[in-house]
Design a protein around this ligand. Structure first.
Ligand code: PMP
Length: 284
């Protein structure tokens, strides 16, 4: 696999970053994951807009322009012959050559790393069966709207799910679901209303969330942005999640309780199709 690091395209074995890099020492870094379908990028502009926002919130400087970022993404797709998969991008604050909590001098160069992952994103077999989730306390920090690489708690949440023999965990704060460990969470009420947590500093503002809600409203579906409890979710008609890598993915079980008939719901499946159709049309 060819990866990108600070201006160079290299075989992955040859790509290196300093041990003093603040991404490594302090998780002082932000990231994005963009999906590739038929060799094209889904919602690239959305991911770049969120990257700019994450960088801005942490006073991180941008290593390259959006145009260069697009060129790097495309070059990696070509060099790795990616038809379907993901591109991971990370920007760190770089390093001034020692460990110091305070930010390094302003002229310190940020580190930019990108790599590809070939993966079936459209024909994902999980879409046919749906995911099972457990609930877990959301004890993350207060700025979940910034896409930092500080992902230890989501890793622990995934491990809790694994130990419970399910696929993922939905995080709960003050009695209401915030989001999944690496995705946004939704339910469909008995009236057919799509409910998902409102945007705030408590959740990541998913690029797939924005697209899904826009498409749902275009199709005349009712959307409510508010918190919901695990109890409400267990009694919902359907449940699903969204993320750049899973698109719209049905959820069929929460804390051992079957959602609806315990199979992917009709609306969730339809939304997945609508999302994929739109993504294929708008990918660049
Ligand atoms: N919430 C969290 C905590 C995430 O990590 C992600 C994916 N990175 C999402 C939501 C979904 O965001 P997106 O649709 O932009 O992938």
């Amino acid at each position: 696999r060819t990866v990108y690091v600070n201006g160079s395209y290299l075989p992955e074995e040859e790509a290196t970053v300093s041990i003093f890099d603040r991404g490594f020492l302090f998780a002082d870094a932000v990231y994005e994951v963009t999906s590739v379908v038929r060799g094209k990028l889904i919602d690239f502009d959305g991911h770049m807009a969120r990257l700019r926002r994450s960088l801005g919130e942490l006073a991180l400087s941008s290593p390259v322009s959006d145009e260069e970022m697009l060129a790097i993404h495309r070059e990696l797709v070509t060099r790795n012959d990616i038809d379907e998969g993901l591109i991971y991008l990370q920007v760190t604050r770089g390093s001034a050559g020692d460990r110091d909590f305070a930010f390094p001098p302003a002229d310190t160069k940020p580190t930019l790393v990108l790599f590809t992952q070939a993966k079936k994103v459209i024909e994902n077999p999980a879409a046919g069966t749906g995911l099972k989730v457990i609930s877990i306390d959301d004890i993350r920090w207060g700025r979940c709207d910034i896409k930092t690489v500080q992902l230890l708690y989501p890793c622990l949440a995934k491990m809790a799910a694994k130990h419970a023999h399910v696929d993922d965990a939905w995080m709960v704060r003050d009695g209401l679901v915030t989001e999944g460990s690496s995705n946004n969470a939704y339910i469909v009420t008995s009236e057919g209303t799509i409910v998902t947590r409102e945007k705030s500093q408590s959740i990541l503002h998913g690029i797939t969330r924005a697209a899904t809600l826009r498409l749902a409203e275009e199709k005349g579906l009712k959307v409510e942005e508010r918190g919901f409890s695990i109890e409400e979710a267990k009694n919902a008609r359907e449940a699903f999640i969204t993320s750049a890598s899973l698109f719209v993915m049905p959820v069929v079980e929460i804390d051992g309780a079957a959602i609806g008939e315990g199979r992917p719901g009709e609306l969730s499946r339809r939304l997945r199709e609508i999302y994929i159709e739109d993504a294929l049309k708008t990918a660049i």
